[in-house]
Design a protein around this ligand. Structure first.
Ligand code: LRH
Ligand code: MN
Length: 393
């Protein structure tokens, strides 16, 4: 692959960062506060702006409605704040899991108050998306049950179908609905949208502007995620990703920290679908969904973004002519060798040159650390926060 083609692909490879990745997050066993952590939407957008300033590939920020838009907030003001910090508002994520009324689910709940509450919240989220100029409605449902017999699975399925169809039809024509699946947590017996097949069926029944969102942490051990990705692309049903890494479950660790070759294989299938099968992969939304419980949050985000760029660039370098030839000759060693060769390629010099061309420092982490941004905001924000206690119960 010639350098200009690779640089053009890198220009198009934008990665959306999550507002919640800049805030203090934890597990049920505790939350460890960081003085520099963001808590207001202004601070989250400022930090996302800093990541974009040093990486040149993160122009948008995903928001979670109830975490980022307190009551009375004018959405247009938030959009202006984003511009002030050099970014724009990306995917709109309604919160359909934290309100007390959602004890037995949101749109799948036997409790019609829960269904009505959820219905209104997503309609409000669609209007918010219009107000901030976002064309992505990203839906994840904690809906499910904890015990066999607790509720009727088919009744819940039909409630979900009805709700998704209504919201799909309420969306403006240029908005895409992303349906995210997850096998378990917080539900521990069944989850109403548990895997890619269910998400695809729900998206198809919702309407033409509904696609599937693949969160890399939402698969049972042993699942072949790149196989799922290849199928979704060929079915024209892949809407986007929530990238993170994990060793066990939905650990939300930083991308490539546990299994970088797995991420490379996903990017390989995307490039293969485009280069060999002529599939249009330009509309795929590359988003990060991580919680940085221990790592400094902005450094973790910069590390994630540069790792994603490296693994994407390596996947672009697979010699697909040689690969197809080896596959046709059923020469497994040579075929696998094409991927191994690309994965072993040190793409950092090329990425450094791409960054120079974009007018940013070839080493974003070093440049960020030298900027003093972290110490400055820690001083500003730490002073305001004072002592904080964290306990789950
Ligand atoms: C659920 C999930 C979903 C979000 C949340 C922050 O596990 O992946 O995408 O809404 O994390
Ligand atoms: Mn997710």
């Amino acid at each position: 692959m010639d350098r200009d083609k690779l640089f053009q692909l890198l220009d198009e490879f934008n990665i959306e960062t999550p507002s919640w990745g800049y805030a203090d997050t934890g597990t049920r066993f505790g939350k460890f506060f960081q003085p520099a952590a963001a808590s207001t939407i202004d601070e989250k957008l400022a930090d996302a702006g800093a990541v974009h300033q040093f990486t040149a590939c993160c122009p948008s920020v995903a928001v979670h409605v109830l975490w980022d838009f307190s009551v009375g907030t004018d959405a247009r003001d938030v959009a202006k704040l984003a511009v002030k910090h050099g970014v724009r508002i990306g995917a709109i994520n309604p919160n359909l899991f934290q309100d007390q009324v959602y004890k037995f689910g949101s749109v799948c709940s036997p409790n019609e108050n829960a269904r009505a509450h959820a219905h209104r919240h997503v309609l409000d989220s669609i209007n918010l998306g219009r107000a901030v100029g976002s064309n992505l409605l990203s839906l994840w449902f904690a809906d499910g049950t904890n015990y066999p017999g607790q509720d009727d699975i088919i009744t819940r399925k039909r409630r979900m179908e009805g709700a998704l169809r209504q919201w799909h039809d309420a969306m403006p024509g240029d908005m895409t609905m992303l349906v995210e699946y997850k096998p378990f947590e917080p539900a521990f017996y069944h989850t109403d949208i548990a895997d890619w097949g269910m998400a695809t069926a729900f998206a198809r029944s919702a309407g033409p502007n509904a696609k599937v969102l693949v969160d890399t942490g939402h698969h049972l051990p042993g699942a072949n995620i790149e196989h799922i990705v290849a199928c979704l692309i060929d079915e024209d049903m892949l809407g986007g990703f929530h990238f993170n890494d994990r060793k066990y479950a939905d650990d939300d660790l930083t991308l490539g920290s546990i299994d970088p070759y797995a991420v490379f294989r996903i990017f390989h299938e995307i490039r293969n679908a485009a280069d060999i099968h002529g599939r249009d992969v330009s509309g795929i939304a590359y988003m990060i969904d991580q919680s940085h419980n221990l790592k400094p949050k902005i450094e973790a985000m910069i590390q994630t973004v540069t790792t994603a760029q490296e693994l994407f660039a390596k996947a672009c370098l697979v010699d697909r002519k040689k690969l197809v030839d080896a596959q046709t000759r059923m020469d497994i060693i040579d075929a696998e060798g094409c991927l191994k060769e690309a994965f072993a390629t040190d793409v950092r010099p090329m990425l450094s040159e791409w960054r120079k061309r974009k007018g940013v420092d070839p080493d974003p982490m070093k440049a960020y650390r030298a900027s003093g941004y972290e110490a400055r905001v820690a001083k500003e924000r730490g002073a305001r926060k004072g002592a904080q206690a964290s306990s789950y119960a």
